[in-house]
Write a protein that binds this ligand. Structure first.
Ligand SMILES: *Cc1c(COP(=O)(O)O)cnc(C)c1O
Length: 462
């Protein structure tokens, strides 16, 4: 029997839509959302029961379960006292437009299907590229996140390296990074079956250290090095590596230079710290996550290339069903050609709308606020006789310790604050060159976080 009632528009659907949209609006306009705390799967099982059944449980029931149970067991990462990991704080305009993006059903892989929306994404991308100082011709594409961006860049680098010399065909490559590089670097090296050499420092990775590392390699291994990855704002401490120095070595040694600025990239728009990124304009590729410090909703990363043609040779997919997309009549920018994904949502659109609405100056001010909050936190921590800084705040990251606390004390404190719905601030480790010490850390993204929030959190460490 033919039945398309699932796609019908009727009064029930309209009522349901109103409920859902009302919920979405109330969440978008909330300045202090519930923090949310995870429950065990067994607890959720007993609260929610089996929701997937042959006849369905009905929209009203499913939505009630979401509203009353499921969302409360999920963390609101934009809570102003969520300062763990790298939080997020999408603008209300961007979140709203994310709804519109979904409702519009646009396939974002090819110009033939997504031209108008890809055009808008590209205007946002043009601004991102302009922040990097890369020369004319550099361009990029929005990805699902920093991991996918790093992978796309590494594949491009590896293919360019192999393409330059037939002797490298089938040869396993080596990537050089440092201890403080993000975990995704090692994970993505596994995906492309490359070896990783880590320079042993959690402080700033310097050009001289890269030179030393290269000098210590056997001539066979030296020939396998195809990329160096520096970090533009380490995830743990906000440290920006010696981009100019590393760029110089890479240029002299003819090695691809990738800058992973997934977290720190937003700070390229902040004039108070822009000079720290000097040298990024000499890179071959850059990762920036708009879903971190550029206030986009999940998920939105970006990979930018000095020479996008190299990315196209590495990533462009071929298939008889795809021929039409490279046909004369469909000419335009095809995002699928520059990263690993084919079908993709136009995930740059929420950023585009918010940028277009607010203007880039407002972005700069919101990013500067994160840097200012880190400085304020630094002063409050130093002034408090129970706490001390592990190192000076860098970008919007603050590493600090509660004098006398063990790893267990930090863990209990984290859980207590989280369980009470007050704050989420997590322990981390800092390698001081001798040992890994458990400390804690603030990362500021949300401009709604107040000085009082910081004071109140420090108060819970008494
Ligand atoms: C967060 C982060 C990543 C990973 O990005 P995802 O969007 O989580 O995939 C990569 N590199 C750095 C430096 C990061 O901070």
């Amino acid at each position: 029997m033919k039945d398309n009632s699932m796609h019908n528009v009727d009064i029930d659907l309209v009522e349901m839509s109103l409920d859902v949209i009302k919920f979405a609006i109330s969440r978008i306009t909330k300045t202090n959302p519930e923090l949310g705390f995870p429950r065990k799967a067994s607890e959720l099982e007993s609260l929610v029961g089996e929701t997937i059944t042959p006849n369905g449980i009905g929209g009203e029931n499913a939505f009630a379960l979401f509203r009353d149970v499921l969302i409360k067991a999920s963390v609101a990462i934009d809570h102003p006292r969520h300062l763990a990991f790298v939080p997020a704080s999408p603008t209300r305009a961007a979140v709203m437009f994310d709804l519109v993006t979904s409702a519009s059903s646009v396939h974002g892989a090819f110009w033939l299907e997504g031209a108008g929306c890809i055009f808008a994404e590209n205007q946002a991308m043009k601004w991102l590229v302009s922040l990097t100082g890369l020369p004319e011709g550099a361009f990029g594409v929005f990805t699902s996140g920093g991991t996918a961006a790093n992978l796309s860049a590494m594949v491009t680098a590896r293919e360019a390296w192999r393409g330059a010399d037939a002797a490298r065909t089938g040869k396993r490559g080596i990537v050089i990074a440092s201890w403080s590089a993000h975990s995704s670097i090692k994970a993505m090296a596994k995906v492309i079956d490359a070896d990783v050499i880590l320079v042993e420092t959690e402080e700033k990775f310097e050009g001289a250290q890269l030179e030393e590392t290269l000098a210590q390699l056997s001539s066979e291994d030296r020939k396998r090095v195809f990329a160096v990855i520096a970090t533009g704002g380490t995830t743990n401490a906000g440290i920006i590596d010696d981009l100019a120095g590393i760029a110089r070595v890479c240029k002299a040694e003819n090695i691809w230079f990738h800058v992973d600025a997934a977290y720190g990239g937003g700070a390229l728009a902040a004039s108070s710290v822009r000079h720290l990124f000097s040298g990024i304009e000499h890179s071959d590729s850059i990762t920036i996550d708009p879903h971190k410090w550029l206030f986009s909703p999940y998920d939105c990363g970006a990979v930018i290339y000095r020479d996008p043609e190299l990315a196209r040779s590495a990533h462009s997919q071929e298939g008889s069903y795809l021929d039409i997309f490279s046909d004369e009549g469909a000419q335009g920018f095809n995002p699928a050609d520059y990263q690993i994904q084919l079908t993709r949502r136009v995930r740059g659109l929420p950023l585009w709308f918010s940028l277009a609405m607010h203007g880039t100056d407002m972005y700069e001010r919101a990013i500067e606020r994160g840097i200012e909050l880190a400085k304020i936190a630094g002063r409050l921590i130093s002034d408090n006789h129970l706490t001390e800084l592990v190192r000076e705040p860098s970008l919007s990251c603050v590493l600090f310790r509660r004098k006398g606390w063990t790893a267990e004390d930090y863990r209990n404190w984290t859980y207590k604050n989280h369980r009470e719905g007050f704050a989420l601030v997590a322990p981390t480790k800092w390698n001081n060159g001798e040992e890994f010490e458990t400390v804690t850390r603030f990362c500021f993204i949300n401009p709604d976080t107040t000085d009082q929030d910081i004071k109140d959190i420090l108060e819970t460490m008494r």
